[in-house]
Ligand binder design. Structure first.
Ligand code: AMP
Length: 454
């Protein structure tokens, strides 16, 4: 187990016993070297145990998973079930990797009890999941698409559900899972249901609307400003002129002595493969992880990376949330993400649990719009540096100048009279023609695509 001693607790910080959780849970935590709650745990655990709905925002790596798992398991241990057949707790997470991680943490906590936990993810065998669900587990952890499939097939019923948890709710909405979340909400829609919603970035217009449907008079616990810099992550940006320049910068950073494990984010799946091959030829053990890989392959890669069997993971946004490895010292954005929130989550793969981390972002002409969005989101707090010998000519684009109106000069009355006024025919307003391709060069979709789990 990773070392947890780096969490420095403020004076008067509570201890787990004071949060009101079952002593068996406390013993399990102590067994993992976790003795004092983080701030989000100190606030969210008693609030959830008291039965309130919770809307909680706290920075990446601050202990959110235990903040919802502890009250969830406590409830299963201490309170009588509403139904013997239906699951009592359902935890939904946007990606299979994140759901798997929550599942592993949950299993550790219920070890030695009779509580059963089942994981229900897309990309895994549906019938095996049906069989597991027939055994009436008390806790189900899954991804939204597959949970919705089971609801539609009636292999999962939620009328006895007591606690519904949405981890990284904003990401699920970004991925287009609003209909699935609504279905889950409707099927578990009874008076006694409690709901908890967690993320590092909840200030999202759609979250505001959706959470009004999902939560009843929630207690808001906002411990971090999503727009503020993460104190444990040093963020630096470097200009790059083109792909070869990015490759050279990447090589420079990855070969530095202070790099432990490193995650590189790229915009495309092809680049995950290309870059990992390039690093391997340099003698740096790197593996590519993208959403198109089979589920068991994805889990296998995550597992070997978490055991430190290779140094660099090259991935797309598949691994931007949830990956909790304290040995990740560096995150490198080879390309910037399109959405500013994703930047916050990507860099949050380092600097976790009180450890320090470094985030490096390469900004080329194609990244400029994303950079501007991220800069605005983080209130300008980003700085560029350069590496001697690898400086870029590109220094960003200037914002377009607002069109200046020509100053109106008053002409003498005579001169005015000399000039004949030109009469223009009124022109019909032109109909807007839809652009045949979007900025990425794709033809517009005719139908709304079905969301796929990452
Ligand atoms: P999370 O934000 O839930 O992904 O947690 C980030 C990391 O902090 C994980 O490695 C947890 O095991 C660790 N962690 C969570 N709570 C505590 C705690 N109270 N004391 C020490 N480490 C913790």
């Amino acid at each position: 187990m990773a070392c947890h001693k780096k969490f420095v607790l403020e004076k008067n910080a509570l201890h787990f016993t004071e949060l009101g959780i079952d002593t068996r849970l406390e013993a399990q935590l102590a067994h993992q070297g976790i003795t004092s709650p983080t701030e989000i745990q100190s606030q969210a655990v008693p609030t959830a145990i008291a039965g309130h709905d919770v809307f909680a925002q706290s920075k990446t790596g601050s202990g959110k998973t235990l903040a919802f798992l502890l009250p969830a398991i406590h409830r299963v241990m201490k309170q009588r079930a509403l139904s013997k057949r239906d699951p009592r707790v359902l935890i939904i997470a946007p990606t299979r990797e994140l759901a798997t991680q929550v599942f592993s943490q949950c299993r550790l906590l219920v070890a030695g009890t009779s509580i059963s936990v089942v994981k229900v993810l897309g990309g895994e065998n549906f019938n095996d999941q049906v069989k597991a669900l027939r055994k009436d587990p008390q806790i189900v952890i899954g991804s939204p698409g597959r949970i919705a499939d089971h609801l539609e097939q009636r292999s999962l019923q939620l009328s006895g559900l007591e606690l519904l948890v949405f981890d990284e709710a904003d990401r699920m909405l970004d991925l287009g899972f609003a209909p699935q979340l609504n279905l889950i909400n409707e099927q578990a829609n009874h008076r006694l249901r409690q709901t908890l919603l967690f993320s590092a970035t909840l200030d999202h217009a759609q979250v505001e609307v959706t959470s009004r449907n999902l939560l009843r008079s929630p207690k808001k616990i906002i411990l971090s400003d999503a727009h503020q810099q993460h104190g444990d992550i040093k963020q630096t940006l470097y200009f790059a002129d083109h792909l070869d320049h990015k490759d050279a910068l990447l090589k420079h950073f990855v070969t530095q002595d202070n790099v432990g494990q490193c995650i590189i984010f790229t915009a495309t799946r092809n680049d995950t493969v290309r870059i990992s091959e390039q690093l391997n030829t340099l003698g740096i053990k790197a593996v590519a992880l993208a959403g198109d890989l089979a589920q068991n392959k994805r889990l296998d890669i995550m597992d070997t990376f978490s055991r430190g069997l290779f140094k660099v993971l090259v991935t797309t946004d598949v691994a931007s949330r949830g990956l909790d490895l304290l040995s990740v010292t560096h995150v490198i954005n080879f390309d910037l993400p399109k959405q500013a929130e994703e930047y916050v989550h990507r860099i949050g793969r380092t600097g976790r649990a009180g450890f320090k981390g470094t985030a490096i972002s390469l900004v080329g002409p194609k990244d400029w719009n994303s950079f501007v969005a991220i800069k605005n989101y983080l209130n300008d707090a980003l700085s560029f540096e350069s590496i001697s010998g690898l400086e870029a000519k590109f220094k960003g684009f200037r914002p377009p100048k607002p069109k200046a109106k020509a100053p109106v000069e008053k002409k003498p009355a005579q001169a005015k009279a000399a000039k004949k006024p030109v009469r223009r025919k009124p022109t019909k307003p032109k109909k807007a023609i839809p652009a045949p391709f979007d900025v990425d060069g794709h033809a517009p979709l005719r139908r709304k695509p079905k969301p796929t789990e990452e």
